[in-house]
Design a protein around this ligand. Sequence first.
Ligand code: PBG
Length: 324
Amino acid sequence: MSFVRLRRLRRNQQIRDLISQTQLSVKDLIMPYFVIEGRNKRESIASMPGLYHLSVNNLIEDIREAKRLGIKAILLFGVSQKKDGMGLESYRKNGIMQKAIKAIKKNIKDIVIITDVCLCGYTSHGHCGVLKTQDTIIDNDETLKILAKIALSHAEAGVDFVAPSAMMDGQVRAIRETLDRKGFRDVGIIAYSAKYASNFYGPFREALDSCPQFGDRKSYQLDFRNQDEALREIKQDIDEGADIIMVKPALAYLDVIYRAKQNFHIPIACYNVSGEYSLVKIASQEGIFNEKDTVLEILTSFKRAGANLIITYHAKEVARWLKD
Ligand code: PBG
């Protein structure tokens, strides 16, 4: 058996396209957004060139543009100045997320809204859960109650999917039960199931002002030396009612995406996180990478590994490139 002829034939672009196995499409992409209070605000995020904190009216405009480019889904993060020990602002009826969801629903048809459900942007200590009294230990079960309240407040505002990212044990079940009990059976859950304690979240924490004030997140996020426990977490989230599962970050975790795909028959999302974005973006601005070619290679590798959906800050640019 010889592949010499095929290697020669591959000099032809049409033939290369014909035998290509992986197709990246705009429908795979989910664009994340950071929404802030105020009007007409569009503030650049220093650690993530090309991205902005947007007030609701500007967010609507930006989503309209994303939609015109063919993007079908967005992931929302609320940036809050009002922080306290319990993260009370996170589930307020008129909090920034709740207002943004309502405004998007009202003004834009047919865009899938996904919201991040976590406490780290709302707690004064910056952890993803509340702490035991006078302690530095996260209170898992108390946090579950609050995560369920956040998810419910998003559902009441009109969200399509909630995406719990706190990595608390039992968070998918707690949210599913509350949503079902309150009549939101059709709100889906995208579970950040395999979320590693990663250095690649650095730029995001600056964008959300959510750096832990003490300690780190290693007690509740996964250890990057381990693969099996990611599969256990995914299995548990599926059993608890997740509709889509996620691996995060993506680029340094292609093996985890691949194994998830082999083991579970459920849509798999991956999160091309802030650090992965900024590495490529900043190096491209310095002329070290060809941005377009590099980003397309990276995102295609996620699909090759088995991801169905890609959350990426490059989404709008990629959508433009794929149109050309
Ligand atoms: C919240 C959350 C994080 C990200 C998404 N949701 C960060 C963290 O755990 O500190 C990271 C996203 C990114 O880096 O782009 N828990």
